[in-house]
Write a protein that binds this ligand. Sequence first.
Ligand code: ATP
Length: 125
Amino acid sequence: MGRGRLWRSFGYAFKGIYHTWKTQRNMKIHSAAAAVVFILALGLRVAGRDLALLILAMALVMSAEMINTAIEATIDATVKEYHPLAGAAKDVAAGAVLLAAIAAAVIGLLVFYPYFIGGIPSGNK
Ligand SMILES: Nc1ncnc2c1ncn2[C@@H]1O[C@H](COP(=O)(O)OP(=O)(O)OP(=O)(O)O)[C@@H](O)[C@H]1O
């Protein structure tokens, strides 16, 4: 792949991220939550591996939201009438976002808990 095509691909990918942010209220909520978590993690000096876990959790939720948006767009562009499978595809994609969000919330609680009750966990110093 030439450098021009590579940059163009990055451009399309960023366009996709921006499109999701612009059109999906949930993506704005995920981004705001991620910003708060990130600032809190830096403020509490969360250890490297814990920070990596938080970043992974945030990326998982936002990636799931983007795949959900892609599936919704595909259905809306191709299925003009009611079809149970079209509904199932949208529901399954939405379920994936919910699952990722629940996992991220649990990861956030597990990571932050030791910092709130007594400083940096000894295993991470
Ligand atoms: N073509 C369809 N056939 C059958 N069921 C559908 C179809 N389109 C949507 N649905 C059902 O309606 C629900 C809501 O779909 P809709 O596209 O209105 O909302 P959404 O795009 O999932 O929500 P949002 O825009 O808030 O992200 C879907 O989860 C699905 O259960």
